[in-house]
Design a protein around this ligand. Structure first.
Ligand SMILES: NC(=O)c1ccc[n+]([C@@H]2O[C@H](COP(=O)([O-])OP(=O)(O)OC[C@H]3O[C@@H](n4cnc5c(N)ncnc54)[C@H](OP(=O)(O)O)[C@@H]3O)[C@@H](O)[C@H]2O)c1
Length: 298
């Protein structure tokens, strides 16, 4: 397949591009052109049109986003442009040739008041700008005749020193005691596991488009590692896996709001039953994925 991956330099995007390159022709694009990606500012509709002109993609995977949750709160215009409008332009570009379009979304479309796992059908009600603009993106994604929304949560993996696991690792290795927030419950997700799921869903969407000419197709999947935890508990697990006995991990209930302007859903964990049923697979426990990641990267 000829596949366009937006956000090809991002934490998820660069892992996804590498995984796809083994059997597909992949074009990765990003805003600044890192990780061998092509430069393209997706907030500019003319640049998006140019990206598609004279080229036929079999699948478009839109991972690009403004994913800094507090940054979005401080700059809602950029959040709207990066998360909602980019999706609108890409979905429109996919329409004429009926290119299957996958949009990566987030558990932050939920308000976090539920105590049971969120299903794809539960009411969305974001409580911060990031979640609102990602939800707008979900609505725009459905403008493509063959669209799939994949919601995921709390990513970790190689390539981004600021992701939670990488940042906390640096602290555990340099500090005597680390205070870590325990105010949110969620499902950590390893980018490699998510990339594998995206590939399966992509093949499914492409095969649907080939075998059902003229038909529309819209679906939403939730993909995250199994289990629910807090950042505090995850830090203790990292310490345990790596045998870092000297450092103390202490629980922090909340941060002052000037440090964290965006509200977070208290509980945003999602059911992955729809994905697991359709693809006859089981997503790994976050602890097992974390162990793999730590042994691959340390
Ligand atoms: N991180 C998480 O914990 C998490 C949780 C749930 C869902 N998600 C979703 O998962 C997806 C991937 O997240 P991530 O953490 O991997 O993202 P990331 O590391 O922040 O990377 C974002 C990517 O988007 C690109 N980008 C941003 N604005 C762009 C624009 N205007 N034009 C072209 N490219 C642009 C960036 O390019 P440059 O590098 O050149 O700026 C970068 O490649 C996102 O859709 C995010 O909403 C993430």
């Amino acid at each position: 397949m000829r596949i366009l991956v937006t956000g090809g330099s991002g934490m998820l995007g660069h892992v996804l591009v590498r995984a796809l390159l083994t059997s597909h022709e992949v074009t990765g694009v990003s805003k600044n052109g890192n990780y061998d990606t092509r430069l393209c500012d997706l907030t500019n509709p003319e640049e998006v049109k140019k990206l598609f002109s004279g080229r036929r993609f079999d699948l478009v995977i839109h991972t690009a986003a403004y994913s800094d949750v507090d940054g979005c709160e401080r700059n809602p215009k950029l959040a709207h442009e990066s998360n909602a409008l980019t999706t609108k332009y890409l979905a429109a570009a996919c329409r004429p040739a009926r290119v299957p379009f996958i949009y990566i979304s987030t558990d932050y479309v939920f308000d976090g008041r539920q105590t049971a796992l969120y299903s794809e059908k539960d009411l969305t009600c974001p409580i911060n700008v990031y979640g609102m603009t990602k939800l707008e993106g979900e609505h725009y994604a459905a403008d493509a005749p063959l669209s799939v929304i994949i919601r995921t949560s709390w990513l970790f993996g190689p390539g981004n020193p600021n992701n939670f696991v990488n940042a906390i690792l640096a602290r555990l290795r340099s500090e005597k005691a680390a205070k870590v927030l325990a105010d949110q419950e969620d499902s950590p997700t390893y980018t490699r596991d998510l990339a594998l799921a995206i590939q399966k869903i992509g093949q499914y969407a492409e095969s649907f488009s080939k075998h059902n000419p003229g038909k529309e197709f819209h679906d939403t999947f939730q993909v995250c590692n199994a289990g629910v935890t807090t950042r505090f508990e995850m830090t203790r697990e990292i310490k345990r896996i790596l045998g870092l006995r000297e450092v103390r991990v202490e629980k922090l209930d909340r941060l002052p709001s000037e440090h964290r302007p965006a509200l977070r859903p208290r509980f945003a964990s999602m059911s992955t039953a729809h994905y697991e049923f359709l693809f006859k697979t089981k997503l790994r426990r976050w602890q097992d994925s974390l162990k793999d990641y730590l042994s691959e990267n340390n």
